[in-house]
Design a binder for this molecule. Structure first.
Ligand SMILES: [Zn+2]
Length: 180
């Protein structure tokens, strides 16, 4: 992304962030016409390959409690602090300002995401769409799967089916599926 577009993105992200935390985080008064000092420092930070704008704002939200004043000095993050030097944004990226509650939130979010993924995989498996092989009981991928073509008589016609056997080494669940 060209330098000027990244600058636009940074300023937009900051304004949106300040909007989300209105009254706590200061908005830039004139983002279209930055003061000389702000402009220079912004350019310096944008020249740093580690200054990953989406990642910085993601990290800020993860550490939002501390960064919006939940600390012993009631200190709050500001745009000028973020671009002040080549260290402050790195501390943000390193999640130096995580509080206990933030950490718990992240862990819960991760666990929920993993559970959602697992549920989705299980739904796929149960609905007969075998994109990834997972145990339908425990979600483990430590399974053996065998498929066998067979023909059966359904009362009217002889039809071809695929018999699938799944054995889970994790919970010993064994399942049979028939696919037409
Ligand atoms: Zn299992």
């Amino acid at each position: 992304m060209p330098h000027n577009e990244r600058k636009q993105l940074l300023l937009q992200e900051w304004q949106a962030f300040a909007d989300r935390h209105r009254g706590v985080i200061s908005k830039l008064l004139n983002p279209k016409k930055l003061s000389q000092k702000r402009n220079e420092k912004t350019d310096l930070r944008l020249a740093d390959p580690n200054f990953d704008i989406p990642e910085i704002f993601k990290a800020i939200e993860e550490q939002i409690r501390f960064l919006t004043g939940d600390n012993s000095h009631h200190w709050r993050v500001s745009y000028d602090w973020l671009i002040e030097n080549d260290l402050n944004f790195v501390k943000i990226l390193e999640r130096k300002y995580l509080s206990g509650d933030d950490i718990r939130k992240i862990i819960e979010k991760r666990a929920k995401k993993q559970q959602d993924l697992k549920d989705a995989e299980i739904r796929k498996l149960k609905s007969g769409r075998y994109r990834k092989n997972l145990c339908t009981e425990c979600g483990s991928d430590d399974i053996d799967k065998s498929e066998r073509e067979n023909t059966v008589f359904d009362g009217k016609n002889i039809i071809k089916i695929t018999e699938i056997t799944i054995y889970c080494h994790n919970c010993s669940e064994r399942r049979y599926f028939k696919k037409k």
